[in-house]
Design a protein around this ligand. Structure first.
Ligand code: GRF
Length: 231
């Protein structure tokens, strides 16, 4: 397995559609000169707009349509085969809308991260903004976490919050939250690139060296964050 403590981190990003989180990650890695590289963007849909964007940025962009495979297992094997060609240190799910098999998750244990549009463990699964509005919660949020076999669970790396405003519909809430998603995934990618993210496999908890908190405010800044933690 790759040595995650030093060197140039290699990322592969998985998307299903628009890919705005992926775009932010690419902009962060390329624009800030991080010790890292986005080696490829892979989608389960050939129509994903994000693939086109990635190609224009000179990044290898590959479609592996899940409909071409008879079972989840076969699709995940093809996906893993494509990913492994790039020898990534980390595989980042960014709006990747397929449930992955336990075998796939195990293959990338400790190297597979996801962003989910809720404050986990609340609202795993789909329609998180509608669920938030239905329950009348006043703070909604997003979570970057390591992926485990249980859907939308796993050790939490960072969370961000936004208020729920009077008159919000799911689209308005989603778009307010998306801006924070971009900030927190970018920051997690900085931390990963700098080799600061430590996952205790036994305890299933994360520590980030030098980060006093991993809680992000509605303006996308780290709570109490200082210096380079701010972006
Ligand atoms: C994001 O809200 C992400 O959290 C969710 O799907 C959306 C994908 O957006 N899983 P994008 O493709 O990154 O623009």
């Amino acid at each position: 397995m790759a040595d995650l403590t030093k060197g140039n981190r290699r990322f592969v990003i998985l998307i299903s559609g628009r890919g705005s989180n992926m775009q932010t990650i690419v902009d962060t890695v390329q624009g800030e000169g991080l010790p890292a590289q986005v080696c490829a963007v892979i989608s389960n849909s050939a129509d994903a707009a994000g693939l086109h964007w990635a190609r224009q940025r000179g990044i290898e962009a590959v479609a592996i349509p899940h409909r071409d495979y008879a079972s989840r297992e076969e699709f995940d094997l093809a996906l893993a085969g494509a990913i492994d060609q790039y020898e990534p240190d980390y595989v980042l799910l960014a709006g990747f809308m397929r449930v992955l098999t336990p075998g796939f998750v195990q293959r990338y244990e400790g190297r597979l991260l996801n962003i989910h549009p809720s404050l986990l463990p609340s609202f795993p699964g789909l329609h998180t903004h509608q669920q938030a509005l239905t329950l009348g919660i006043q703070w909604h949020g997003c979570t970057v976490h390591f992926v485990t076999a249980q859907l939308d669970h796993g050790p939490i790396v960072a969370q961000g919050i936004v208020p729920v405003l009077a008159g919000d519909d799911p689209d308005a809430l989603a778009s307010r939250l998306l801006a924070v998603e971009h900030k927190i995934y970018a920051q997690v990618v900085r931390w990963l690139s700098e080799g600061r993210v430590m996952l205790d496999h036994k305890q299933q908890v994360v520590q980030v060296e030098g980060a006093a908190t991993r809680a992000f405010l509605p303006d996308g800044t780290l709570m109490g964050g200082v210096g380079k933690e701010q972006s």
